[in-house]
Design a binder for this molecule. Structure first.
Ligand code: UD1
Ligand code: MG
Length: 423
C-alpha cells in the first residue's frame, strides 16, 4: 500500500494527532530520505545480451528482411537505446519528487528487517510511460512506409497507452476499489476500439472447419468486444502476478523479447508486404517498451530501490495488448502470457469474492531465515512456493522468470509443430 493510500485511510478515522503527523510527512520525507541505490547496470547488460542476441541474429543475419523495413527497425532500436539511458537518468530524479509527495511503499517481503522500514518510492512506471510515449511519437518521423494509413491506428494505439498510463497513475494516487480497477483498461482501450478499421474476421483452425462450415468467420462487433477483453486481461494479469522485487518488470521484459522474436520470424517467413508491415509496427512499439523497462528493472531488481506501481503494470499490459491486436497475433500473445493465465485462473475464487481476498496476497516472510513460504492465497507465487519449497525473494523471482521464458519457448515449439495443421 502506498503512503498516499495509507494517508487517505488515516484521514477517514484519524485523531487530530494522526492528522498532524500525516500533514508533516512531506517535509520530513524531503529532508531525511537518502538517495536511491545506483542502478544494477551490470546485471541489466548481461540480461539484455542474453535476451536480445537471438532477436538481432534473426533480424540482421538469418532472414533477408527488406531494406526499408530493416532501416526503420534499426532507427527505432537506436531511439530505444537513447530511451534506455534517458530512463536510467530520470528515475533517481523522479524518485525524489514522488517521495516528496508521499508516494512510497514499504517492502512487505522484508518486514521486520531494517530494509522493511525504508520508504521505497512508488509509481516509477510513470517515467517509463512518458519516455516510451515520446519515443513512439518521435519515431513516426522515421518510418519510411509509402502510405500513411497506418498512422491512424498507430496513434489510436498510442492514445490507449497514454490513457492507460494516466489511469494507472490515478489508481496509484487514489487507490481505486478493486472492481473499478478491473474495468479501467476497458475505458483506456476506447481510442483503439473506435478507430479500428481493420478486418474483423478470424481464420478458423483447420480441425474446426468441418464443424463451422467455412474457413473464415466474420465476428463483426464481437471482434471489438474481444479486443476490449484482451486489454482488460493483459493489464490486470500483469498487475496481479506481482509483489516480488523485479517480477512485474521482469515478466514484461521476457514477454517483450519473445514478441520481438516472434515478429521478426513472421516478417522473415512472409512475402506479403501488408503482413510484414503489421509485424513491423509491433516491433516499433515493443523495442521502446523493452528498452525503457530494462532501465526500470535496473532499479527494481532485488533489492528494489523503486517500485513500479500500477502505472507500469497497466501501461506495459496495454502496450502488449494493442501490439497483439494490431499485429493480429493475439492467440500467440495469450500463450506468451501462460503463467499469467494460470495465475488468473488460480485467482478467480478470490477475485470474484467466493473466497475472501486480502489487500495483499503475498507469501509469508521469515525475517530469521530470509525465506518466503507459500500461503493459501490463490496465486502462482504461492502455489510455486508450496510445490517447490521455501525460497529467497531473489531466487523466487529468477525461478518465475525462467518459467515465463520456458512458456515462451513452448509457444514457439507449438507454433512450429502446429504450422500447416492448425491454420
Ligand atoms: C496486486 C495484488 C496483491 C499484491 C500486489 C503487489 C491481487 C488481487 N492483487 O494488488 O495481492 O500484493 O499487487 O504488488 O492479486 N510490494 C512489495 N514488493 C514488491 C512490489 C510491491 O512489497 O516487489 C508492495 C509495496 O508495499 C507496494 C505495494 O505492494 O507499495 C503495491 O501494491 P499495489 O500495486 O498497489 O497492489 P495491487 O495492484 O492493488
Ligand atoms: Mg499493482
Amino acid at each position: 500500500m502506498t503512503a498516499r493510500k495509507r494517508a487517505s485511510a488515516l484521514t477517514n478515522a484519524s485523531t487530530t494527532k494522526e492528522r498532524v503527523e500525516t500533514h508533516q510527512q512531506p517535509q520530513e520525507t524531503a529532508t531525511t530520505n537518502p538517495p536511491i541505490s545506483p542502478p544494477k547496470t551490470g546485471f541489466i547488460v548481461y540480461l539484455s545480451l542474453f535476451l536480445l542476441a537471438p532477436y538481432f541474429y534473426l533480424l540482421l543475419y538469418h532472414y533477408n528482411v527488406r531494406h526499408d523495413l530493416k532501416r526503420s527497425i534499426l532507427i527505432n532500436a537506436v531511439l530505444s537505446l537513447a530511451g534506455f539511458f534517458l530512463t536510467v537518468k530520470i528515475i533517481p530524479v523522479a524518485s525524489r519528487y514522488v517521495l516528496r509527495r508521499n508516494l512510497f511503499g514499504f517492502d512487505i517481503n522484508k518486514k521486520d528487517t531494517p530494509q522493511g522500514t525504508v520508504k521505497v518510492p512508488e509509481s516509477l512506471g510513470i517515467v517509463v510511460g512518458i519516455v516510451f510515449l515520446v519515443l513512439a511519437i518521435l519515431f513516426q518521423y522515421f518510418n519510411f512506409t509509402a502510405d500513411s494509413n497506418w498512422l491512424v491506428e498507430y496513434n489510436a494505439a498510442l492514445a490507449c497507452i497514454c490513457f492507460m498510463t494516466l489511469l494507472g497513475f490515478v489508481d496509484d494516487v487514489l487507490d481505486v476499489p478493486w472492481r473499478v480497477k478491473l474495468l479501467l483498461p476497458s475505458i483506456a482501450a476506447l481510442p483503439l476500439l473506435m478507430a479500428y478499421a481493420g478486418h474483423t474476421t478470424i481464420i478458423i483452425p483447420k480441425p474446426l472447419i468441418p464443424y463451422i462450415g467455412s474457413e473464415m468467420l466474420d465476428l463483426g462487433w464481437m471482434y471489438k468486444l474481444y479486443m476490449g477483453l484482451l486489454t482488460v486481461f493483459c493489464t490486470n494479469s500483469i498487475n496481479i502476478h506481482a509483489g516480488i522485487n523485479g517480477l512485474e518488470v521482469g515478466q514484461t521484459v521476457v514477454i517483450a523479447s519473445a514478441i520481438l522474436i516472434h515478429n521478426v520470424m513472421q516478417i522473415g517467413a512472409s512475402l506479403d508486404s501488408e503482413y510484414q508491415q503489421a509485424h513491423a509496427f509491433s516491433i516499433y512499439l515493443i523495442q521502446p517498451l523493452l528498452a525503457t523497462s530494462l532501465a526500470l528493472l535496473a532499479y527494481n531488481w532485488y533489492p528494489s530501490s523503486v517500485f513500479v506501481g500500477d502505472t507500469f503494470t497497466y501501461f506495459a499490459g496495454m502496450t502488449m495488448a494493442v501490439v497483439g491486436i494490431l499485429g493480429h497475433f493475439s492467440e500467440t500473445l495469450l500463450i506468451f502470457f501462460l503463467p499469467q493465465v494460470i495465475n488468473f485462473l488460480l485467482s478467480v475464487p478470490q477475485l470474484f469474492g467466493v473466497i475472501h481476498c486480502p489487500r495483499h496476497r503475498l507469501p509469508r516472510f521469515d525475517p530469521r531465515t530470509g525465506l518466503l513460504t507459500g500461503t493459501n492465497d490463490g496465486t502462482l507465487v504461492n502455489v510455486y512456493l508450496r510445490m517447490f519449497g521455501r525460497k529467497s525473494e531473489k531466487y523466487l523471482c529468477v525461478h518465475l522468470l525462467f518459467v515465463q521464458a520456458v512458456g515462451c519457448c513452448f509457444c514457439f515449439l507449438l507454433r512450429y509443430f502446429l504450422a500447416g495443421w492448425y491454420k
